[in-house]
Structure formats: C-alpha cells, structure tokens
Write a protein that binds this ligand. Structure first.
Ligand code: AMP
Ligand code: MG
Length: 498
C-alpha cells in the first residue's frame, strides 16, 4: 500500500491573493468534527498530479476540507459583487467558500483549488457558511456530467461529509466540496474592482485584476496597455460565454441562477445550485424555486448571458477609453460580437446534432435553416423529451422511426418533417457521438441524493456518475438511466441548492 507521504509535495501558489490583495481576505476553514470522504474523483486527482491514496489519508482529507492546508498555502475568501436576479449587490464574496490556492498540474496548466461549505467568512452576511451533503453531491455529479459532455466547467475533486449538522428547513448532514477551476474570477469580481475604482478614483485594483485575469486565461494576448488589455479580456470573455451558453442550450441545460457572480471570466460553467436538464422541451422551463419570474428560464439564457456581459463591459469602462462616451462606444462594439458568436456556435452545434455537420455539395444546404426552425416549433408544441428526441432521430435515420414517433402525441407533423430531414442524408453515427443518451436526469439525481443523505448509501450516486461520465455510449444495464422521469415524479423544482 502507498504510504500517505505526499503532503509536502502539494504546492499551492497564491497568485490571486498577491495580485489583488484588496479582494482577498485571509481565512481558514472550520474544523470538520468527524470528516468522512464520500466521493473522490480519482481521474481528476491524477490529472492534477495529486495522489488519490494521499487524498484518502487523514492528511489528504485535511487538505480537502481546508483544515490542514499545505505549508505555504494562503487560503482566502474572494471578494466580488454581483447582480442577483438583476439587483445589484456591491458585496457578495465567498460567504462559505475559500480559495485554498492554485495548483500546477503535471501538464503545466494552473487550477484553482477551492472549497465550498468550509464555514462562515466575513462575506457570510446572514448565511451560516456551511453546505449540506445533498447539494454538494449534486454539484459533483452534474459538473462531471457537463465535463463528459464536452462543456467547459469547474470540476469536482471530492465531497467530504463534515459530521456537522446543517440547519436548513430540516437538519441535514454537512459537507465540503473541493472543486477545481481554470479560475474563480467572475463578472462580479470585475464589478467589485470597478466599483472601487469609481468610488476612489483609483483604477489600480481594476488594472491589476485585469492583468491577473489575462495571465490566467489569455496569456497569449498581444495587448500591452491597460486599455488594450481590458478590451482583449472583454472580447475573450464574450467569445467564451457565447460558446458556453450555446452548449448549454444545445444539451438542454438550465443553470438556474445566472447571476453575474455566477458567470466566470474563464468561460467555465460554475455553481451548480438549482440547475437541471430539460426533460420535455419547453423554452419557458424553470426549475428553481426562487426564480419566480422565470428570469433564468431555459429560453432566456442567451439573452441573460448578453445582459451579464453588458455588466462586465460597464465595469471595464474606466479602462476602455479616456472619456466615457468613447469607452461606451468601445464597450458596445465588443458586445455587438456576442449575438453573432452565440448564433454561430449554436448553428454549428445544432447541425451536428442533426447529423448535418459538414456542408455538402450534394445537399440542399438552403433547406437547413428552415428545417431547424420548424424542428424547434415542433419540439415546443409536442413537449417531446429533448434528449431522447435526438437519439431516436438517429435511429430513425437508420430506418426505424417508431421510437421517435412514440415521443410525440401526434406524429403527423413529425413525419412530414422527417421526410425533409432524411432527404438531406444525415449521418446517424455522427449524431450518436454528439447527442447524449445519459444525462443527470432530475429524478435520477434526486433519488441518488436522497439515498446518500438519508441513509448514507452512495451506490446510486456512483451508478449515476458512471452513467453520465460516458454519456454517448449506450450500455446494457443502464436502460433506466436513459428514460424520462415516471409521471409520478411530477413537475421538478429544486430548492436553491444550498
Ligand atoms: P450562489 O448564488 O449560491 O452562488 O451564492 C450567492 C452568494 O451567497 C455568495 O456570496 C455565497 O458565498 C453566498 N452564500 C450562499 N450560501 C451561503 C451560506 N450558507 N452561508 C454563507 N454564504 C452563503
Ligand atoms: Mg455563486
């Protein structure tokens, strides 16, 4: 057996804290009364150069809960602002989270190692600083699914039960999630630094934050002056978020709480709270109990992305030009790139989902746009299961339309559409490589989390995680993981995910 001797070899840097100390509060995690490792992401640990055997040891669990950070680490709570459901909050920050530090993987890439649920910080406001087992396992399984789907995302390294009771509507077992990310800088981080600049007349923090962001996410940029670097960062974030949100839409993902503090500069999806995957296709789908107006409904996400990026552009105004009018025009120019970038990413993706990835001389390419529009009208009308629809379409392309037709109440309009689509000679095998069969369906997530929190039984969670880690390959024994929720499951609501 490997002796757990790797403690000293875990080196965490503190680049963020060094770059913008004004936005970093040195803090320590709370002790975990009786820590118990619930899940460890062995593959991710290995990718990061961390020894899974060490992480399973008491010292490793001390790292994963933040109670025994490596020598030289400087854990901090990060300050950020944010627009929550459109309302500005100048001071959010890590209320129950810590940036332990940055880790350099064997391949040279740099990752934040971050904890969620590690105890109250000076940003906790009214919150208790803790997290419950269920929501942390939800983040674990959903972020793993997103990663397997090829969607940029933070990753989950481990969930450790702390042995502490957490008081919500009921008393729940507490947990800490250890997650990794290309970075935890958010739109709200820039808004925070910008507010400081506007209040004090000193742009220094904002300039350093932009420099740090570029160092982490866009080191190849040629931009040198603070003005050019701010513009380069803005352009890059707009491009990444357009791509990310297009991917969400293509896979039927509803983030649920797209506040500006939950939108990264890295372009990775972050904070899996009241998120869910569509079952029946519905542009108005909302799963979050707190989203009463449907602000973050499935179909609103591209527009909300643009709104959030406008807040980023606004926050960068002090750097974008010397006078305000000129800065606004630069910001507008940058934002104008969002819609075309989103549309392009979505169009490329939907063509792939329909097995029409490559434009072909022998195909009536002009027929594609209206085919796509008509498909989404049809899906919205029929409320068909979004995920199965595309899998069964491939089956229809192979000659068997029965499973597809069974997804809709009236197959008449679908048959007409199918005829037009089949005339374009779609590639069924290519479709199966981009259309998932296994997603973390809401009823499956709930049953796995309930078993884990109620009885400590993690078998269903492991099974679900295994299924969604290979989302495109049908495997015997996983039939129920490909099926929609039974009617008895009813309309799905998630409660804030805290
Ligand atoms: P979220 O929308 O879940 O990402 O969180 C929004 C803000 O609330 C962030 O500043 C979090 O740190 C903070 N927060 C959420 N839950 C808690 C909690 N239980 N205790 C302290 N702060 C929290
Ligand atoms: Mg958040």
């Amino acid at each position: 057996m490997d002796a757990p001797t790797r403690t000293a070899s875990v080196t965490l840097t503190h680049r963020f804290a060094d770059a913008v100390p004004e936005m970093a509060v040195a803090w320590r995690a709370d002790e975990a009364p009786t820590p118990e490792l619930l899940v460890l992401n062995d593959a991710l640990a290995t990718e990061l150069g961390l020894d899974p055997a060490f992480l399973r040891s008491p010292e490793g669990i001390g790292l994963l809960t933040g109670t025994a950070p490596p020598v030289g680490a400087r854990p901090v709570a990060q300050a950020y602002a944010g627009h929550q459901f459109g309302g500005y909050n100048p001071r959010l920050g890590d209320g129950r989270a810590l940036l332990l530090g940055e880790l350099t993987a064997p391949d040279g890439t740099i990752h934040d190692l971050h904890l969620k649920g590690s105890g109250p910080t000076p940003f906790a406001r009214g919150g208790d600083g803790y997290a419950a087992v269920g929501p942390m396992l939800r983040e674990y399984v959903v972020s793993e699914a997103m990663h397997a789907l090829g969607i940029p995302t933070t990753r989950s390294l481990a969930v450790v039960a702390t042995g502490r009771d957490v008081v919500r509507e009921q008393i729940l077992p507490g947990a800490v999630l250890a997650r990794t990310a290309a970075g935890h800088l958010r739109v709200g981080s820039v808004v925070f630094a910008s507010a400081h600049a506007n209040a004090s007349g000193d742009r220094d923090v904002l300039v350093r934050l932009v420099d740090h962001a570029i160092e982490r996410h866009d080191p190849e940029t040629a931009a040198v002056t603070p003005t050019d670097r701010a513009r380069a960062l803005l352009d890059a974030v707009i491009a990444r978020q357009a791509d990310l949100i297009a991917r969400w839409m293509l896979v039927g993902f509803v983030h649920g709480v797209m506040n500006t503090d939950n939108m990264t500069l890295s372009g990775q999806a972050i904070d899996y709270g009241p998120c869910a995957f569509l079952d029946a296709f519905d542009p108005g789908a909302v799963f979050s109990s707190i989203d009463r107006q449907g602000r973050y409904a499935y179909g609103n996400q591209p527009g909300i992305g643009e709104w959030n990026l406008a807040r980023l552009a606004e926050a960068l105004l002090p750097l974008l030009a010397d006078d305000t009018d000129a800065a606004i025009s630069v910001a507008q120019d940058a934002l104008d790139a969002y819609r075309p970038a989103y549309n392009e990413a979505w169009s490329v993706g939907i063509r792939a989902k329909l097995g029409l990835a490559d434009a072909r001389e022998d195909r009536d390419e002009d027929a594609v746009p209206s085919l796509v529009t008509d498909l989404f009208d049809l899906l919205a009308f029929a409320r068909a299961d979004y995920t199965l629809f595309f899998r069964h379409l491939a089956t229809a392309a192979r000659g068997d339309a029965a499973p597809l037709r069974a997804l809709v109440a009236d197959p008449g309009p679908l048959d007409l559409w199918l005829e037009r689509w089949l005339a374009l000679a779609p590639d069924a095998d290519a479709m199966d490589r981009v259309n998932p069969l296994y997603i973390p369906r809401n009823h499956l997530v709930e049953e796995a989390l309930a078993a884990a929190s109620d009885t400590g039984d993690l078998a269903l969670l492991h099974r679900l995680t295994d299924a969604v880690r290979s989302p495109f390959t049908a495997r015997p024994g996983l039939e129920r993981y490909a099926e929609p929720a039974p009617d008895a499951f009813g309309p799905y609501v998630t409660y804030c995910g805290t």
